[in-house]
Structures are given as C-alpha cells and as structure tokens.
Design a protein around this ligand. Sequence first.
Ligand SMILES: C/C(=C\C(=O)SCCNC(=O)CCNC(=O)[C@H](O)C(C)(C)COP(=O)(O)OP(=O)(O)OC[C@H]1O[C@@H](n2cnc3c(N)ncnc32)[C@H](O)[C@@H]1OP(=O)(O)O)C(=O)O
Length: 277
Amino acid sequence: MTDFAAWIGRTREASDLVTPRLMAEFRATLGPHLAPVADGIAWPALHWCLAPETPAADALGPDGHVAKGGFLPPVPLPRRMWAGGQIETLSDLRAGDAVTRTETVRDVVFKDGRSGSLCFVTVEHAVATGRGVAIRERQDIVYREAAGAQTGTDAAPERDDPDDYAAIWAVPATPTLLFRYSAMTFNGHRFHYDQPYATQVEGYADLVVHGPMQATLLMNLAATLLGHVPRMFTYRGVSPMTANQTFRVCGRTRGSGFEGVTLDAAGKVCMRARADM
Ligand SMILES: C/C(=C\C(=O)SCCNC(=O)CCNC(=O)[C@H](O)C(C)(C)COP(=O)(O)OP(=O)(O)OC[C@H]1O[C@@H](n2cnc3c(N)ncnc32)[C@H](O)[C@@H]1OP(=O)(O)O)C(=O)O
C-alpha cells in the first residue's frame, strides 16, 4: 500500500516569461470575454498558461497527463478532473515579466461521493515576479473511479435561471476553443480534444470543457462587473460541461463581491464561483 502522506509537502519550481505572443494568444482565444485591462497588464487567470509542466511524450499516462507517481501521488483512481480552487491576487502580471511558479502538495484525501470513490489532491501554487508574489492559489484535483467501475451515480444536475444574473456571456464551446486553451496551458488531457476517448473511455457525453477555462471566464466577468480584479476568487466544478454547445457565463454583484455560474445549454450548473473584494 503506497503511503500517499509521503507526497505531502513535495514541492517543485518552474519559470517562464509573460511574452507578447502569450498575451496575443490569450486575447485571440478568449476575447471578447475578457475583463478590460490597461495595455501590457495580463488578464485575470492568464497565469494558468505560465510555467506548465512539460513532460516528455514517454512520460505521459493513458489520459495524456504526465503519469502519476512523480510530483503527484499515484492514487489508484484513473479519471482525473480539476475540481475547483481559490485564487488570491496580490498584484498584477505584466507583459515582459519573468515569473516563477512554486507548487506544493498540501493534502491527499479519499472521500465517498454520490458518484463513487473520489480522491482529492490539493496543490498550493505561488506565482512570483521580480516585484514579489503576485498570486497565491489552491488547486483541487480530483480522481474518480473508471467509468465502467463507477459504484455510484452522477448527482442530478443543479439548475439555475440565467435571468437571475445581471450579465451573461454566451460562449460557443467548439472543439477549436478547447484545443486552443489546451495548447496555451500545455494540457495534454485527452478528454479535451479526443472525442472517442472522452466518450468511450472516460464516459462523458462529449469532449469536456476545461475547469480552468470556465473559471478564467468567470473571473474575468467578476473583474468586469466589480471594476477591479477581485482579491479572492473561489470556484467549484459541480458537473462536467461538455463541448459542442453554447454555454453561458453568468454573474451578478452581491454587496462588494460577485457570484457567478457557468450554465450549459440546458441550464445545468457546471461551475459555481464567488469573489470577494
Ligand atoms: C484541466 C483539467 C481537467 C478539467 O478541466 S476537468 C473539467 C472541470 N471539472 C469538472 O467538470 C468537475 C465537475 N464536478 C463533478 O463532476 C463532480 O462534482 C465530482 C467532482 C465528480 C464529485 O461528484 P460527487 O457527486 O461524487 O461528489 P459529492 O457531491 O457527493 O461530494 C462528495 C465529497 O466531495 C466533495 N466535493 C465534491 N465536489 C467537489 C469539488 N468540485 N471540489 C472540492 N470538493 C468537492 C464534497 O464536498 C463532499 O465532501 P464531504 O467532505 O462533504 O464528504 C486537468 O485535469 O488538468
């Protein structure tokens, strides 16, 4: 039996540059659904495109992510998802910045969910520039049972009414959008671009829309409605969003904060988010 506790506290570091090319790719991929920012300032959540892990092809597992057992623990559940997280923004990133990302594994927890066994791996990130730490972040990665071995059932979808929100961005979830976001984040997960794999191996209805992309859009809507980048942004994926439909990114202010959801074409809530100050 592997001692997953041995992974807690493991850390790694990688560096990158906020290049003009990345800024242009980000705007080309996600515009017009981005917050207004001053020239040369990075949009909220652009940091997910910086200093990604760059595993060699022979280091990948069957899902297209780096095989488990290196930095992340070899948990015995195969289907990885990005479950949620929290982003604390301390200062902005700017074109030309040299950044260092430091990641630390903070927790490995097994839970029984309605859908079956789950394992949550919590990873903390700090993104620093020459001016100091700009972003502190918690990422919750979840591993699920194999589709064919699932011991529970997916929860009944939560629904929400877009009319209850002040602002709605309609985003066509085309395979091209998913591919371009995968490319910008160097994310090889096959269920974002390989439809037979997504449907026949992982059991989803279609290609799966990235959690971080949904969170990026929600954080940009929050910054647009609040008039500034929120200091604290928290989000949770509640149900998979699949491709080849137009989804909605919905938001409203609440006091000095923000709350938002992504809704699929049928009104199913896929992600919930809130932002404070
Ligand atoms: C990039 C990238 C991958 C992706 O982008 S994947 C696409 C984005 N992510 C999603 O679509 C995830 C959508 N969520 C789900 O499919 C389900 O919510 C999930 C995570 C499978 C869990 O469903 P269950 O119905 O089995 O879970 P329960 O509601 O019964 O909860 C059981 C306990 O787990 C806790 N929990 C549930 N969901 C989350 C979450 N999103 N974040 C954190 N914790 C969660 C819940 O609170 C329960 O805990 P208790 O302590 O109360 O027992 C890439 O791979 O890089």
